[in-house]
Write a protein that binds this ligand. Structure first.
Ligand code: UDX
Length: 437
């Protein structure tokens, strides 16, 4: 199969590299010349474990290439995937579809034969209809079919998620397109990944439903953590106690500082906009969005309270800034709200993140960036663990707290044990677990 992938961002680049690895011939297109130039010399625009190697192998095997020339890439493809960004539109939270519609226009102007056009970007219900209308308008004589094939991969685990998905959702309203999609995904469904064929609108909505449900699940356990703190119960045990029930499932029940990232915040907002447009309010999702927004700020206050309520002139060290480990992504990261709260209260903030500091520097110039967790601890009255990078799971706590002015750790990811901390004489706060007796 010849595949053109429009957009060499997270989803486009990972999907393109994985399709090439299945044996398809893939050309990734991006408007950004510097990104394409960098890819030509093996430099990845994002940090994603295993991606550089996967790209290298498939470029060497001539199955994967990169270009800024959409017209030539699209003209002889069997399937053209649209994997451009759909950020939140400034002001109203709707998904901004400018790039999707522009890609549709460019594709329509380039194609010369019947082709399947697949939206992989997360797009609101009905976007496929509009893409189809654009294609018909610009290229009325060519048989172009529009399919929705949302992507469920997670940052930091993207290649594994793509190659071993729980399911592949394909929204196609005609048989020829279903056949093309079956051929593209053959290596995966031979590998037992279920292929779920639905209508196009259903597929579009399924992606939002999945993300809103997961965001709600996280938010539920976060509120349960607050209640645990109030009544002296342990949220980790509650999560295990409910998660072993197969109907609930144990994943996405880790209490923490609130969800962030490029997907959950923007997709929950976009879903609410769709619900509003169709006069079908989704109050549970509304509550999720509100609770999560409030939680990020509340985490800053939690640190301040742990420090006795006044942090003026004191130093706080943050371990981890990205919205989750194994990424350099800072979008909607809880650390942004936490840092703001601490700076507003008059604290000095020192921080270290294994991958996120280049981006963080541009977003939070008033933070003192350090080259490791022990450097962060120097002179600090509290350390807060904000992101659960593996290298923060087995810190030398005696060395760390030996560098601090006061021995205090606020563990927003529940990585440590309260009893161990008490033995070391460290004042310890975590999320939703009682202090040791
Ligand atoms: C998410 C979806 O999982 C994925 O299917 C979709 O395609 C894109 O959005 P991603 O944003 O990469 O993926 O991250 P994910 O691992 O889902 O985590 C999202 C946020 O939730 C992070 O901030 C993470 O820290 C938080 N989280 C996750 C929790 O706080 N607790 C949990 O138990 C799980």
């Amino acid at each position: 199969m010849k595949i053109a992938m429009i957009g060499a961002g997270y989803v486009g680049l990972v999907s393109g590299a994985c399709f090439a690895d299945f044996g398809h011939s893939v050309i990734c297109v991006d408007l950004d010349q510097s990104k394409i130039d960098a890819l030509h010399v093996g430099k990845m625009p994002i940090f994603e474990p295993g991606l550089a190697e996967l790209v290298r192998v498939n470029v060497a095997a001539s199955r994967l290439s990169f270009t800024t020339d959409l017209a030539s890439a699209a003209s002889d493809a069997d399937a053209i995937f649209i994997a451009v960004g759909t950020p939140s539109r400034r002001g109203d939270g709707h998904a901004d579809l400018t790039y999707v519609f522009q890609a549709a226009r460019d594709i329509a102007a380039a194609v010369t034969k019947p082709t399947v056009v697949v939206t992989k970007s997360t797009v609101p219900v009905g976007t496929g209809d509009e893409v189809e209308r654009i294609l018909r308008e610009v290229a009325p004589d060519i048989d172009l079919t529009v399919v929705s094939n949302p992507e469920f991969l997670r940052e930091g685990a993207a290649i594994n998620d793509f190659k071993r998905p729980d399911r592949i959702v394909i929204g196609a309203d005609d048989e020829r397109a279903r056949g093309v999609m079956r051929d593209i995904y053959r290596p995966l469904y031979l590998n037992q990944s279920p292929l779920l064929f639905t209508s196009r609108r259903t597929a579009e909505l399924t992606k939002y439903a999945a993300n809103a449900f997961l965001a709600t699940k996280i938010t539920f356990i976060n509120e349960m953590a607050d209640l645990c703190e109030a009544v002296g119960a342990d949220v980790k045990d509650v999560a295990r106690g409910i998660g072993l029930d197969n109907r609930i499932g144990s994943k996405f029940l880790h209490a923490g500082p609130g969800y962030g990232g490029s997907c959950f915040p923007k997709d929950t907002l976009a879903l609410l906009k769709t619900a509003e447009d169709f006069e079908t309010p989704m109050r549970i999702v509304e509550a999720t969005v509100q609770v999560n927004d409030g939680r990020k700020r509340a985490m800053g206050r939690k640190i301040i309270t742990a420090m006795g309520g006044d942090v003026r002139g004191k130093t706080v060290g943050l371990l981890g800034l990205t919205f989750k480990p194994n990424t350099d992504d800072m979008r909607d990261a809880p650390s942004l709200a936490i840092v703001q709260a601490l700076l507003d209260a008059g604290a000095t903030v020192r921080a270290f993140d294994p991958e996120g500091m280049d981006v963080a520097r541009t977003m939070m110039p008033d933070v003192v960036y350090c080259d490791g967790p022990y450097a962060v601890a120097e002179g600090a009255s509290a350390i807060a663990i904000v992101t659960e990078w593996n290298e923060f799971r087995a810190l030398d706590l005696a060395r760390l707290t030996g560098l601090m002015v006061e021995k205090r750790i606020v563990d927003l990811r529940n990585l440590y044990d309260a009893d161990d901390m008490a033995k070391l004489g460290i004042e310890y706060e975590c999320v939703g677990r009682p202090a040791p007796r």
